[in-house]
Design a protein around this ligand. Structure first.
Ligand code: GLY
Length: 564
């Protein structure tokens, strides 16, 4: 048992430079000739289809879906937040991840997130303007229109502006999240005026939510591109209200925001090619590590308890590494050659005991980080085979709960995704991840994992919200897709998750049958039920027939996957 860390050390020594070679992108035998969109809200899916009907491509539709989600699902994402958008352009096979993640303001001060004793100040990290990073989503939308769309930004933003102006009736999911954040929202007059009733309670079902300020902010973005948000009237209003409420943004922070296009993480697994999110997402690296460990097993031939044992141990090891090494690639050097190497995974696999759980405490210590779960994902394939997988977030429900006066913009609380008090031991006595320490202009680590899966005869486009469970939920979605499951089964199947610390297997009811649960408990696993799974959105494409399939997670109340 005490030899395990040495096994890991041996794994490090085995690492070579040869990262798994990625197969060439497949050439689709049959273009879809029709389109599919799966998002977390009917109005967002319809907005995307409307833009496709006007001659837009998948990238224009992605702008329409993201902007409409900002209006109708502001508990999860918005133009006060940021996204990772994975794109595949059919004409030339170009793939990129458009990184519109928030960044820390120049005046960021880690001490502001700790009390006098050095303990984390959760309020400063999660509520109000101190918790907000400089938004990336508006710049990301403008970038996509300028570089990949066929339509002007104005046309793609039109449905969102219309819905913000005319209003819509928020669903039970929206109202439930509002109740969770009501007390913090009530602290800020502009937030209460926008989101609460006159008695400062959550409005009743049937309420029509109109957002005229947000509509005008979107109109300035539509007319002027990114400058319509990051300079001029909107920028001044954002900075004035943030500073008046104790935040430290400047006009230069906004004017200096830049979108980055990044090479995706690519790896192969048993004849499949997976294309997914690179840092500052931890998702792609962790997924590659999990699959590289599992390539040494024939999962299909294993008894269920043995199969889940191997998978959970792979998750445990991948999450330990993600906590230790990952951060913003523009600020930190990460050992990606090692983490992505099959040889490194061979060493990790060798450390898995055949019939016993490895206590996380026996692996080298690393801080466990817990990103916020209120995020959204949508997937799109258009008639030409252009593809988008986009995961977008404001972090906790309604982000910081702070509305910048006069803009209608609900700011994110993404600063909490940094290891904000890196020298303070956390609840497990572990020290923080320096790679993810805050710094001016730095992007905070994310779990968002928009993903494409390429097979010989089919392609899957998927992703989900869920904080740290994003990575394991996407992993389980990929496995189900490879097993030939339809989109509706991929989104509905019960989920399970291990993240190294706490040393628990989180499960939905019925994730494992009773016999498998008992066998895993006998190996040393402890189970805990957890809420907050989903909301996965999947599009699949049969390359033989061209047929598309789309499904939204049945755990939501208003999701819609639509093929047209
Ligand atoms: N805020 C959640 C994430 O970025 O993973």
């Amino acid at each position: 048992m005490t030899g395990l860390p040495r096994v890991l050390l041996f794994a490090l020594l085995l690492v070579g430079a040869d990262i798994a070679a990625a197969a060439a992108p497949p050439v689709a035998a049959v273009k879809p000739g029709h389109a599919a969109i799966a998002s977390a809200h009917r109005l967002a899916t319809e907005a995307g289809l409307e833009v496709l009907d006007k001659g837009g491509n998948a990238f224009d539709a992605a702008i329409a879906v993201a902007a409409t989600l900002a209006v109708v699902e502001p508990q999860s994402s918005g133009i006060g937040g940021g996204f990772f958008m994975l794109i595949h352009r059919a004409a030339d096979g170009r793939e990129a991840m458009i990184d519109a993640r928030e960044v820390a303001p120049a005046a960021v001060d880690a001490k502001a997130y700790a009390d006098a004793d050095g303990r984390p100040n959760r309020d400063a990290a999660t509520n109000g303007p101190t918790s907000a990073g400089i938004p990336g989503e508006p710049a990301g939308l403008a970038w996509v229109a300028a570089h990949y769309g066929k339509l002007p930004l104005k046309a793609s933003l039109a449905p969102a502006i219309r819905i913000a102006t005319n209003g819509f009736k928020p669903d039970a999911r929206f109202l439930g999240r509002l109740q969770e954040r009501r007390e913090v929202i009530a602290r800020y007059p502009a937030s209460a005026a926008l989101l609460l009733a006159a008695d400062r309670q959550v409005p009743k079902p049937g309420w029509v939510f109109r957002q005229p300020d947000l509509a005008r902010t979107l109109e300035r973005l539509a007319a002027q591109g990114a400058d319509g948000f990051y300079r001029g009237e909107t920028a001044r209003a954002l900075v004035d209200s943030v500073r008046a409420a104790g935040g430290n943004w400047t006009l230069d922070d906004l004017a200096g925001y830049r979108v980055v296009e990044r090479e995706p993480i690519r790896f192969d697994y048993r004849g499949w090619r997976i294309v997914t999110a690179p840092p500052p997402s931890s998702g792609g690296v962790a997924l590659a590590e999990i699959f590289n460990i599992l390539r040494g097993y024939d999962l299909a031939a294993m008894a269920p308890a043995q199969r889940y044992h191997a998978i959970i141990e792979a998750m445990r090891r991948a999450f330990r590494d993600h906590n230790e090494y990952l951060g913003d690639p523009d600020f930190v050097k990460m050992p990606l050659d090692m983490l992505l190497s099959p040889h490194y995974a061979d060493g990790l696999r060798a450390s898995i005991l055949p019939d016993k759980a490895t206590p996380s405490a026996m692996l080298p210590a690393a801080l466990a980080h817990e990103p916020g779960t209120d995020t959204t994902h949508f997937s799109i394939v258009d008639r030409d085979g252009n593809m988008v997988a986009c995961t977008s977030t404001v972090n906790l429900p309604f982000g910081s709960a702070f509305v910048a006066g006069g803009t209608g913009v609900i700011l994110n609380d993404e600063m909490d995704d940094f290891a904000l008090v890196p020298d303070a031991p956390n609840a497990f006595g572990l020290r923080g991840n320096q790679a993810n320490a805050p710094a001016p202009g730095k992007r905070m680590l994310s779990s968002m994992s928009p993903t494409f899966v390429f097979g010989k005869d089919r392609i899957g486009v998927l992703g989900t919200p869920g904080g740290s469970t994003i990575i394991t939920q996407v992993f389980e979605g990929i496995l189900a897709f490879m097993d030939g499951k339809p989109a509706a089964t991929i989104t509905a199947q019960p989920r399970y998750h291990h993240q190294y610390l706490p040393d628990l297997v989180y499960v939905e009811p019925h994730a494992f049958d009773d016999a498998t649960t008992k066998a895993l408990q006998d190996m040393g696993y402890t189970f805990k039920q957890r809420d907050g799974w989903g909301f996965m959105n999947v599009v699949t494409w049969d390359l033989g027939t061209g047929k598309l399939d789309a499904a939204s997670d049945p755990r939501g109340v208003s999701g819609l996957g639509k093929v047209k």
